[in-house]
Structures are given as C-alpha cells and as structure tokens.
Design a protein around this ligand. Sequence first.
Ligand code: GDP
Ligand code: MG
Length: 248
Amino acid sequence: MILIFLGTAGSGKTTITASFGEYLEKNGKSVGYVNLDTGVKKLPYRPDIDVRDIITVEELMKEGYGPNGAIVESYDRLLSHAEGIVGGILELDEERDYLLIDTPGQMESFLFHDFGIRITEHLSEPLVAYLFSPEILKKPRDYCFVRFFAIMIALRLGTTTVPVLNKVDLIKEELPSIRRLLEEVDYLNARLRLDPSMQGLLASRICSFLPEVSSPVRVVYASAKTGEGFDELETLSYEHYCTCGDLT
Ligand code: GDP
Ligand code: MG
C-alpha cells in the first residue's frame, strides 16, 4: 500500500509521514519511509529511501544557486535517477505493509516537474493524500477551491486523491460547519449563490460541476499532532488497496 502525502509548504506532510507511520507500526504494521524532499534539513522519521543521498538544495546553493534555482535544479538532476528511485520504492513496497512517501516542501516541485510524474506513473495504484490546513478555509469559495484542487491533482498525476484536512487540533467548534461545506455540495452551492462577487459567481459555476466530475470521495479530518483521524486514513488506504480506487 503506497500513500503519497502532497500539499503546500507547511501543510504537515513531513509531520504526518512520521506520526502516521508511528501509528501504523504501533498497530503491528511494517512501514517503509521515502523522502523526496531535497530541501529538508531534519526529518522526524528515518527514511529507507532518501533523495538527499543523491542531491540536496544545500549543496546546490554552495555551487552558487539561489534558493528557488537550487530547488528546481535539484529535481532536474534527480530526473536521471528517477528509474532507480522507483525501483527502490517498488522493492521496499514488496517488503512492507505500508509505504509512506513524503514529497517536496513546495508542492509545485512535484506537480509541475517531470520528476513527480515519472515517480507516480510507475507506482502501482498509489493513494494521494492531499493535505490542506484549516487556515485557507475562510469563505465558501475556498471550499470549492480545495475540492477542485484535489481533482486537479488526480488529473495531473492520474491517482486516486483523498482530501485530508490536517491540523484539526487547531479547530474545535467550527468543525461541524467546515464538514458540512466540504461534504454537502448542495449546501455549498447554496452558500456560493449568496456571494455576489465575481469570484463567488465563478466558484458557484465551477462547483456546480462537482457532482459530475468528482466521485463522492470521503474527506479525512486529521491531526498529525494528535493522531486524530488516523484510523479513518488507515481504513481509506486499505479500502483503496482492496478496491483499486473506489472510495465511495
Ligand atoms: P510540510 O512542509 O508539509 O512537510 O510541513 P511540516 O510537516 O514540516 O509541518 C509544518 C508545520 O506545521 C510544523 O511546525 C508542524 O509542527 C506543524 N504541523 C504539522 N501538522 C500539524 C497538525 O496536525 N497540527 C498542528 N497544530 N500543527 C501541525
Ligand atoms: Mg516537509
């Protein structure tokens, strides 16, 4: 079972790789850890496969690259190693019950670079957990944005993608209303129609396609800090593995 954590910088990919892995291991599962981030300094888990063994952003900055140039260059250089990395991942996947893949800090290094495509296209039925944080959910149109972003990831990578709201430990009483807007498309559409701005109108039109383009994939509410939602994430990963992508 291969689970890829994807999300914007700071959404909690590295933290959840460590804490979800620990949770699985406590439940008697064997877990493999893969780090695909060339820029990370310290990891809270011990990676079995680590792209930093090949190249790091720090080394490239010593060669004279600026921070952004070094990130892009690191994935350019990793491209010629993609086959070897995939081979290592597939081998590790044979040995372990779960394989957790921590992706680049900046999500575009994975989604907009051939490196991410080359890695994912060779893995067998990986499940992508798209992590997002509660702070981006301010207006109803933001809910439309995250639902579509999960679909865009599925479109780009060709993977089943589960939206995971991480850091739920930071929200308490707002959770029921957040859940309603994320899960009830009709309710979200009704709220969007109340927004007279151009963005509101656009969101309302885009979101009316949601039932058509998205299977009713479940949203996971998790905290990489407290372990909340890990049981649901484990169940989903398992169901995905058994049913090859049907998470309705
Ligand atoms: P990444 O860039 O996606 O790998 O994000 P990190 O795992 O490095 O996390 C970024 C920051 O968010 C760190 O300070 C984490 O401690 C914090 N963080 C991650 N997950 C959670 C969570 O579930 N709850 C809270 N409160 N903080 C979190
Ligand atoms: Mg990280």
